[in-house]
Design a protein. Structure first.
Length: 276
């Protein structure tokens, strides 16, 4: 398992080979987790309106860090998307569409757009197409894998391995640009969008781009909650966010992934305080 952003394998495609991924395990893990979800619903611990969410990385996030050269990038992307389509379809064999939400985790695409593919430490090679064009093509294809009865959302991310960003976001302008572009390009509903907020950003300059957000009926979730500065810090960020966005939901900066179990209760307390 990788221990940091500079610690992962990279691969080349063998000359003359047709790349094919059989499965990644997302659907199998979703099925196992859904059994726990249905049990909690039956016990009344989750409301009837709550959906089960499964998250998959968008194609560039899943492949670019592990691809050794630009020459192999298109084939890696295509092979991943083929498998992701099969995995998302497979989930529906056991999870009712009306109870499922699929989130596309979008990190490498955010970073590529933020720095225009120019970052030697992250991007040792550069693809041919512009980053915004690659993103729109990939997210449009991914949306096509998800039936409209299934809720779909976009998680825009700057990285969270070791709870550390690859690049610190200067503000939310890149996230807003990407959300607006996806909303304009994709015909099916995008039900929710999630954007991150660093712990040290409780300033208007960071949130001001939200004034230009155009996502129709999509729901915005802002990642205000941080375990390390608790309710006080999260409410300070919330107060600023309210000056630039209306009718939004709250979240942690990057979900509950990789969180020690003993921090979950405190994170839920932060969410409750933000929602009151």
């Amino acid at each position: 398992m990788p221990r940091g952003y500079d610690d992962h394998w990279q691969f080349r495609i063998k000359d003359g080979s047709d790349l094919h991924f059989s499965e990644f395990g997302y659907a199998n893990e979703a099925r196992r987790s859904y059994a726990s979800f249905t049990k909690l619903k039956a016990e009344g611990l989750l409301g009837p309106e709550v959906r089960f969410m499964a998250a998959l990385p968008l194609a560039e996030s899943a492949t670019r860090p592990f691809t050794a050269s630009a020459d192999d990038f298109p084939a890696m992307m295509a092979a991943y998307e083929d498998a992701a389509a099969r995995e998302s379809k497979s989930m529906l064999n056991d999870i009712p569409a009306g109870e499922l939400a699929i989130q596309w985790d979008i990190c490498m695409e955010v970073l590529a757009i933020e720095c225009d593919d120019e970052h030697e430490g992250i991007f040792p090679w550069r693809p041919v197409a512009r980053p915004i064009d690659r993103y729109l093509e990939a997210v449009t294809r991914a949306a096509g894998f998800v039936p409209e009865e299934v809720a779909m959302g976009l998680h825009l991310c700057y990285g969270d391995l070791g709870h550390r960003h690859l690049i610190e976001p200067p503000d939310l302008s890149t996230c807003v640009r990407m959300a607006n572009a996806a909303h304009a390009a994709i015909t099916r509903p995008i039900d929710f969008y999630h954007v991150p907020v660093p712990k040290d950003r409780a300033d208007d300059a960071y949130f001001e781009p939200l004034n230009d957000l155009e996502i129709g009926n999509g729901r915005l979730y802002i990642g205000l909650g941080h375990h390390t500065d608790g309710i006080k810090g999260s409410l300070a960020r919330l107060d600023v966010a309210k000056r630039h966005a209306k009718n939004f939901g709250v979240a942690t900066e990057c979900g509950f992934g990789r969180r020690p179990r003993d921090t979950i209760g405190h994170l839920l307390e932060i969410h409750r305080a933000e929602a009151l």
